[in-house]
Structures are given as structure tokens and as C-alpha cells.
Write a protein of this length. Structure first.
Lengths: 154, 161
């Protein structure tokens, strides 16, 4: 559960929820249909999105080793799945703590930053094509967070 | 199950690195479609709390007039306090769609207390009456939802040890 919801319920221990607390929950629940649609769309079209990214990256970075490209694309797949879950849960902490912490290390160790830089640009284009604008807007903050962590940090 | 339920954490942990499948997502969709009723019921319990407790206590006094003789002069007041607490935890649990929340945050502990004080009979009666009163005062769909949780309290607190 995201931290905001968790703290609402922790504070409400033994009492009813206040109007503004109920409002926070309601706003999230009202956004769930769009989140669920976006999530299912990502799940069902994951291969198309990533395949087009994989095809294009070989054109854009002809000198990169296949091994590095494969490693970076595999990581990208995991990132996209975690971003999808974080978007569904409205939970940035989930993405940061469960994935980005250790993935940053891996990326540094293999020096995948230049490849990631190109990959995230392509991913963003692919997602814009696959998702509706409101769905892309829901997912975008999480992809941006991953990008900042895996590209932004040298 | 909902995103707010303790149990959902397990679903997420089990899903590590894969997408949730249709049945896991169905649980969220079911929650979504029941949320309006949950919200309404939470608010009704909050608004009607005083009336519900008062009426349940009055009925209790008719059915068990010797409560104070057995458990002391403050027994009625304490019974009312416990009922209020149960009602509030039920209101939060039903909003979360989370029976585990009710059990883990209140009922396991209260069950130990009630058993130590040998009050299971009183609890059984009190929470049966509270369900009756809820059914009379709340709209049918809200009463059904709320009583699912009160019934759990009755079962756990009223069951002989």
C-alpha cells in the first residue's frame, strides 16, 4: 500500500476516517479504472513495445555490443513491469525500493548508461504510441523516475 | 481484496517481476465496484454511531438485566465503550475490504481479554443485538456489509474458549 494510504489508516486506528482522508482514498479509487486499463494495455502489448525498441536501438547504436544491448533491454523489461505496478498502486516507493536501488548498481557495474539513455528515449516514443494520453500521463512519472535513476546517475 | 487490504501485499510480493493476472486484477475491479457502498456504510456508521450503541445497550439491558450484578457498576458503560470500538474498527475494515485488519488490530487482543474475564456470553449477546439494531437503522445493503464484520466480532468474542 502506498505510504500516504498507509499513514491514513495508521492515524485512523480506532476512529472513523476524516472527510479529507476519505476524499484522498476516493480520488485514488476513482482513478483506478484508468490505471487498470493502462496496466492491462502494457501487460498485453509488452512484446510489441519492447520489440520495436530493440529493433531501433540496433540501428541507433550500431557499435554497441549485442551482449550489453541484451542486458539493457532485459533490464528495461523489468523496469517497465515495475513502473506498471507502481502506477497501478500509485506508489513511487515501491519502484524505488524494490527495484531501482539494486538496478542502479547493476547499471553502473556494466556501464549501461549510454545505452539506457537511448533506450529510454525509444521507450517513451513507444509508450506514447501504445497508450492513450491520460494513460501515458499516469505512467510517465514512474518511467521518468527510473530514467533519472538509471541514466541521470553516472 | 483491495489495494488497501493487508492480504494484497502478499499478492504484490508474489508477483515480483511479472504482471498481475486476470483473477488478481479482478479482485481490484470487484473492490472498485463495491467502493461506493463501502464509503456510504463507513459514513453511516459514523453518523449513526450514538444511536446504534444506545439502542443496542437498551436492548441488552432488557435481555440481561443482571449485567451490573455480575460485572460491577461500570459494566454497562464498558460494554458501550467496547461496542463503540468494535463498530469503529469494523467501519475501517469494511472500507478496506479487510477482515484481517479487524482481527489483527483488535479482535485477537480483545478475545484474550474477554476470555480472561469470562465475558463470552455477554459478547455473544451484545454483538448479536448490535447486528439486529444495525439491520433496523441502516439501509439493507449497508447493514448487510457492516454485519459481515460485526458477525466476525460476535463469533470471535462470543465463542467459548
Amino acid at each position: 500500500m502506498n505510504l500516504e494510504f498507509e499513514s491514513i489508516f495508521d492515524r485512523a486506528e480506532g476512529r472513523y476516517l476524516k472527510a479529507e482522508e476519505l476524499n484522498t482514498l476516493t480520488l485514488y479509487v476513482e482513478s483506478l479504472p484508468e490505471r487498470l486499463d493502462a496496466y492491462k494495455r502494457l501487460r498485453d502489448h509488452e512484446i510489441e513495445v519492447l520489440q520495436s525498441v530493440a529493433d531501433q536501438i540496433q540501428v541507433d547504436l550500431p557499435n554497441a555490443s549485442i551482449e550489453d544491448l541484451e542486458r539493457a533491454i532485459k533490464n528495461l523489461l523489468v523496469v517497465l513491469r515495475y513502473c506498471a505496478m507502481a502506477m497501478l498502486l500509485n506508489d513511487e516507493v515501491f519502484l524505488r525500493e524494490r527495484l531501482l536501488g539494486w538496478l542502479e548498481e547493476v547499471n553502473r557495474a556494466f556501464n549501461l548508461r549510454p545505452i539506457n539513455e537511448a533506450l529510454y528515449g525509444l521507450l517513451s516514443q513507444g509508450l506514447k504510441q501504445e497508450l492513450s494520453p491520460p494513460q501515458f500521463a499516469l505512467l510517465c512519472p514512474y518511467v521518468t523516475l527510473a530514467q533519472a535513476s538509471l541514466v541521470g546517475s553516472a | 481484496m483491495s489495494v488497501f487490504a493487508k492480504h494484497f501485499k502478499t499478492t504484490i510480493q508474489n508477483a515480483d517481476g511479472r504482471y498481475l493476472n486476470t483473477s488478481e486484477l479482478q479482485a481490484l475491479e470487484d473492490y472498485l465496484s463495491s467502493f461506493a457502498l463501502r464509503l456510504q456504510t463507513h459514513q453511516l456508521l459514523k453518523e449513526q454511531e450514538a444511536l446504534l450503541i444506545e439502542r443496542a445497550l437498551a436492548r441488552y439491558a432488557q435481555e440481561d438485566p443482571h449485567l451490573q450484578t455480575r460485572f460491577g457498576p461500570n459494566a454497562r458503560e464498558r460494554c458501550g465503550q467496547d461496542m463503540t470500538e468494535i463498530l469503529r474498527y469494523c467501519a475501517v475494515a469494511l472500507l478496506r475490504n479487510d477482515e484481517d485488519y479487524l482481527k489483527e488490530n483488535l479482535l485477537f487482543w480483545l478475545q484474550t481479554v474477554m476470555r480472561a474475564l469470562d465475558k463470552q456470553d455477554s459478547c455473544d449477546l451484545a454483538y448479536r443485538l448490535l447486528q439486529e439494531v444495525i439491520q433496523e437503522i441502516l439501509p439493507a445493503d449497508s447493514a448487510r456489509l457492516a454485519n459481515q464484520y460485526i458477525a466476525l466480532a460476535q463469533e470471535m468474542l462470543g465463542r467459548p474458549s
